[in-house]
Design a protein around this ligand. Sequence first.
Ligand code: BYC
Length: 315
Amino acid sequence: MTNEQQESLFQQKIDNELRIEPKDWMPEQYRKTLVRQISQHAHSEIVGMLPEGNWITRAPSLRRKAVLLAKVQDEAGHGLYLYSAAETLGISRDQMLDQLHDGTAKYSSIFNYPTLTWADMGAIGWLVDGAAIMNQVPLCRCSYGPYSRAMIRVCKEESFHQRQGYEIMLTLANGTAIQKKMAQDALNRFWWPAIMMFGPNDDASPNSIQSMKWKIKRFSNDDLRQKFIDVTVEQANILGLTIPDKDLKWNEERGHYDFGTINWDEFWNVVKGNGPCNKERLAARKNAWDNGAWVRDAATAHSEKLAAKKAAMTA
Ligand code: BYC
């Protein structure tokens, strides 16, 4: 079969909603796109543990601490499923981590902002996990089997994360004047970075057209951003908090909220490594990697020992 025939069969499979599995033929660019997206998604989960990890020891009650701890552990789990899904495409976990540490792989811009108060745990759960669900539910139908299956469990857990964040916001918004102010301040700081999470506008998104044709992405960055804004405005109203966008207005004709201009200079600055916490986040990850070297060495030595024992017994 010629390459063209293979490509056409591959596209037919995708058009017929069949899943592509690791051993199936796939265009090299499809494989590369998935490795890029899945590994960056995995890195986002792992780096995403840092801003919240910052508050585990300072959670205001035992209940809040237990819930936050569970949420952060879930994120570690999401990272692990996603690294495993990417490994089915022929890249090793060590290679992916090298790319994170040397800056060639990205992770979500949102995790380069600091978490200054407890209310930030509410805002992250509500807005960041809320944005994540909006983007990730369609990924459960992604054309690549291992990624789509990993996303099913991830989405169930993200939905619990979103609710725990919203509940923190609800408690603060109905609390003392100082607590309500804290919640508003967290919303003010996280709103714009959360809507930037969906990525550049469609006309500035080089990967979208091909990724949509391959059904890796089912909706464009702008469509998902709009859906997120439409549902979140109502949730802010229930909280009695104000979204920091003076141009936010219901547009009867479009059936959507209009919103203000996103500061794309800020977005690209963060993506390029110059956000408020980029250096700190990367340093924390590199440090964890270096400090974990002895564990990896011990695990390798142990498995070599077991293999040698098995070989001696079968000889
Ligand atoms: N931050 O052509 P585009 C979470 C990059 S974790 C940084 O539209 P694409 C959670 C993009 O990579 C949330 N970079 O790209 C964890 C590309 O550069 P490269 C993470 C961004 O891939 C803990 C360039 O800009 N979710 O849920 O078609 C606690 C052009 O963009 C960002 C995922 O990773 C950004 N925000 O679309 C709580 C979901 N946006 O790679 C929550 C899976 C864009 O060509 N990923 N860039 O060098 C996706 O759905 C897609 O990759 C994106 C971007 C929508 C993010």
